[in-house]
Design a protein around this ligand. Structure first.
Ligand SMILES: *[C@@H]1O[C@H](CO)[C@@H](O)[C@H](O)[C@H]1NC(C)=O
Ligand SMILES: *[C@@H]1O[C@H](CO)[C@@H](O)[C@H](O)[C@H]1NC(C)=O
Length: 480
């Protein structure tokens, strides 16, 4: 509750700041470049070990810390970030926070980041604005931490490999940070999952140490400096991409919640060429099909029941479910290993007790509280559709999601339904595990509606009974 309060307070602040910044921009668009970045450090990773910079196969989070100083005459309420156009379409998430203090005494405040439509940088650079908690006065400085996720940015090169070859990829970026401000001093560190680097662009000073490439420190780079670099390295991580996930969550007030998830999974790495030998695959796993994958793990809530996993042939029995008091893990293994370019479609279904995810708010509404993203970690989802099927007779559905989604509505009919069940449809593209936050669907429901179906059944039986009675007592003989 406290967190919730603090949040609403913050959003209020944001609203205020946003309106301030609007006036600010329109009055003088020259005011914002008067900021300068004193120091910036950017760490990009394609690595699982670093928890801070969570690895995810095809995408990387960059933790970027920098200190901004206001050299202008008027206070600044926004700080702008710039992204090159070729990265914008891969950008899945940006988070920013204001940090104060160090180590133990460090305090972090999340800030609002918005894409900025009014102004754009040169060469198609796209700007995003971070709303500061308090406007930065002249001469003042603030430390910010930014992380962002780029999905499917790594290009397999060569684009086709045989079963016995490793997978190589290209990573393109800039050695210096693209920014609308002058950066006094900066470094960029890129961590890769192996030590095997085929080649990389040198921009002195730049070094390669085991699995780390370091660009910089560079001094006094003017605004919008861009120095293209290409890194070519071995990356045998499987590029597991869920092309589409359609998840149906059906609420029944009789005590159960039914989940049905339809997956289209693809290995989006270097395409497999030539034949496939299962014997070789199984006997020499360290060199044969090294970038393929055999199984994935879906993280489900602790008290799941009636779990199934099937494809269009039927149930797949090679799945294992492990449950504990805090979580359940379903290990799924498609019928064949997935090599580059191969696809698998399957369905996972499970039930959950109603009281675990359905609650009643203080104003008498019912609400579902569940996680939005894909339960299979280590994948990106091109498109997710969450369909929440409310009980028949529910009214005024209202959705709370911590990021932007496309919303629409449908009606679903099952047996015994008269008016149909309202369905809330939420769609989002380019979804990463960071989107696995909770969302809520609130709705009004009158308990009388729960009686509708039993009443209907009893009345049907009653009429049958009366009809039977009448039939037995009717004298339909011709004799008088
Ligand atoms: C598949 O598994 C589900 C759930 O365990 C079960 O209800 C169903 O009968 C199974 N179907 C077949 C064809 O085995
Ligand atoms: C949703 O559930 C989480 C814990 O699972 C809880 O922390 C959060 O407060 C809940 N949200 C609402 C709006 O009830």
């Amino acid at each position: 509750m406290e967190v919730y309060k603090a949040r609403s307070h913050l959003t209020l602040n944001f609203a205020l700041l946003a309106s301030l910044s609007l006036c600010f921009l329109s009055s003088s668009s020259l005011a914002w470049p008067e900021l300068q970045i004193v120091t910036a450090e950017r760490r990009g990773c394609i690595d699982l070990e670093d928890i801070n910079c969570l690895f995810l196969i095809i995408f990387l989070i960059k933790c970027w810390t920098f200190q901004v100083q206001n050299d202008g005459a008027s206070p600044a309420s926004d700080v702008f970030l710039a992204f090159p156009p070729q990265q914008v379409k891969h950008l899945s998430l940006i988070q920013a926070a204001e940090v104060a203090g160090k180590k133990r005494k460090k305090s972090v405040h999340q800030l609002d980041v918005k894409s900025s439509d009014q102004v754009n940088g040169p060469n198609g650079a796209k700007l995003y604005s971070i709303s500061l908690r308090n406007p930065l006065s002249t001469g003042g400085s603030v430390s910010l931490e930014v992380s962002y996720v780029l999905t499917q940015l790594l290009e397999p090169f060569p684009v086709e490999i045989s079963q016995s070859e490793p997978q190589l990829v290209l990573y393109r970026d800039s050695a210096s940070i693209l920014s609308p401000y002058v950066i006094k001093q900066q470094t960029t560190v890129i961590r890769i999952p192996t030590t095997k680097v085929e080649s990389f662009t040198r921009v002195e000073p730049s070094t390669h140490m085991r699995s780390e490439l370091k660009y910089g420190p560079y001094e006094d780079k003017p605004s919008y400096s861009y120095t293209p670099i290409v890194v070519h390295f071995q990356n045998n991580n499987p590029f597991a991409v869920v092309e589409e996930l359609v998840r149906e969550i059906e609420i029944s007030h009789w005590g159960n919640l039914q989940f049905t998830e339809h997956y289209t999974l693809v290995h989006n790495g270097a395409k497999h060429k030539g034949g496939f030998s299962r014997v070789e695959y199984q006997s020499r796993p360290s060199i044969s099909g090294v970038s393929s994958f055999k199984h994935l793990v879906a993280k489900l809530p602790p008290r799941v029941h009636s779990v199934y996993y099937r494809d269009n042939i039927g149930n797949i029995s090679t799945s294992h479910l492990r449950t504990s008091y805090s979580k359940s893990e379903l290990e799924i293994e498609p019928r064949y290993p997935l090599l580059g370019g191969w696809k698998a479609t399957f369905v996972i279904g499970y039930g959950l007790p109603l009281q675990d995810v359905l609650f009643e708010s203080s104003d008498g509404k019912r609400y579902l509280n569940f996680s939005f993203g894909c339960p299979i970690a280590e994948t990106v989802v091109n498109k997710i559709t969450n369909k929440v099927v409310l009980p028949e007779g529910s009214k005024n559905p209202h959705v709370v999601v911590p990021f932007s989604v496309e919303r629409s509505a449908e009606t679903k009919y099952t047996y015994l339904d008269i008016v149909g069940r309202p369905v809330v449809v939420l769609e989002k593209e380019n979804v990463v595990p960071e989107h696995n936050s909770l969302f809520q669907v609130y709705y009004d429901f009158h308990p009388m509606f729960m009686l509708a179906e039993p009443l209907m059944l009893t009345s049907v039986f009653f009429f049958l009974f009366v009809a039977a009675l009448a039939y037995l007592h009717m004298d339909i003989s011709i004799r008088k």
